[in-house]
Design a protein around this ligand. Sequence first.
Ligand code: FDA
Length: 531
Amino acid sequence: MQISGSILTFSLFLAFILISRASSAHNKNDFLECLNLQFQKFNSESDSIYTPQNASYSSVLQSTIRNLRPASNSGQRPFVIITPEHESQIQAAIYCSKKYGIQLKVRSGGHDYEGLSYISQTPFFIVDMRNLRSISIDTEKNTAWVQTGATLGELYYTIAEKSKTLAFTAGVCPTVGVGGHFSGGGYGMMSRKHGIAADHIIDAKLIDANGQIHDRESMGEDLFWAIRGGGGTSFGIVVSFKVKLIVIPETVTVFNVTRTLDQNATQIVHRWQYVAHKIDENLLLRLFLRSISSSNGKRTIGAFFTSLYLGPVDDLLPIMQEKFPELGLVKEDCTEMPWIESTVFFAGFRGQSLDVLLNRTQVSVYFKGKSDYVKQPIPEYGLKSIWKFLNEEDVYRAELQFSPYGGIIDDISESEIPFPHRSGNIFMIHYIVGWSEEENAYSQRHINWIRRLYSFMARYVSKSPREAYFNYRDLDIGMNKIKGNTSYKQASVWGFKYFNNNFRRLVHIKNKVDPTNFFRNEQSIPPVSLW
Ligand code: FDA
């Protein structure tokens, strides 16, 4: 009796699997048919629809994937990618997605550290914003409308075409997409003087879970607050942002100075922690730390000071001599240039033409990243322990980036927008370790390394919560349940780290605008009704 009972249970289980597979294939076909029909209805081209049978499917999928790790480990490929050219196609995609219960993922620049814009554990399709990337600049009002499929490089280039004294404050890598970057914050080389990208958003065009298009007025101030740093995905598809541009001098100064351990790197880095967040806010002194080979072939630590000063070198030097003489900066280390050339310099393309900012193709690598916020300087012995960690990995494989806060970031209240990392932070640490395709079989070794370092660093960084930067997405700090509903308590684990007390307000807004949790991923804001 017992045996036949288990056979019956097993048969029922098999039947269930077969039925759900058949119905899922059925759903996918119906979904595709729905998309085609809707696209025709709106007079749109169905060649914006790519299925795996399409010759361009793989290249469209791969082209903006920056981190190869997430897709190599797990997750399904999308069974459709659409590349809308107008909003009606996004509305159609939302309609069909709801009708057939197929998950929608939106991708702008594809730089999500955990690949959440292009992989999933359940059947899904991608709305890829690459064709929605127009940028219009108003030099009278110092504003710009930028569609979310544009890259930062395209935005910077277009602003510079129109004006020598207008700019925008956002990240360093030109291929990062506006959609994800602005939605999660957007820190860059002018952030101490001008704040982050999300601080400058003054209007937006968003498509909600009902397919309705809103601007700031019709979405209301709560939702408009949420999309300025509350993270991509959770609240709708942002089609474009209107931003306030910033005014900059015609000449800025850049420098890259390296100090190794036998040039007192430990003491200089230690001192940097007392200086970089307090110094003149026109100056952003960023610091990259790596294990390198010294001239005698031995391992050492390279402290790379990479900096932008919004003004001429003759104004910069007295500031450095007074506040940070330990670095020993001299005029010959510095180069004056227009701001737009500095974006090429910091992206690592020094000397190349500005057109490099328009290049959307990129080098893809395998990496894992994490982040922390530091409120008290790390003592010298703490820095020496970090050097030991860096020396465990091969030269140039791992890096710590110290990005100074202070300046205007301190003056903006924690609740002004959802991005909460304001007064009291000296700097943010970005930990990163990368490896090649051949080494991917041993990826766990590198991932374990970064996790051990992160665990060691707990004593030196922010606590209760241990804060993290949303745009350096890290699923290690917690995630929603892949299937079923995530409770507020479960989501709080990672939610308070990214958003502090703003997390509560984000959850309430989510409940108002998307109570059925249509827009979701492993770290999207869950609605209150799921508590
Ligand atoms: P992607 O398209 O992968 O989207 C990221 C998230 O936002 C996903 O969840 C996605 O679904 C969602 N999303 C995308 N478009 C959306 C839209 N239109 N509407 C709603 N949701 C949307 N950060 C920083 O602050 N300063 C820096 O200098 C850098 N530099 C940098 C360099 C490199 C090489 C990488 C890989 C990353 C950075 N970043 C960074 C981090 C970057 O800001 C972060 O990864 C952004 O989320 C990337 O935005 P994308 O649109 O490119 O990603």
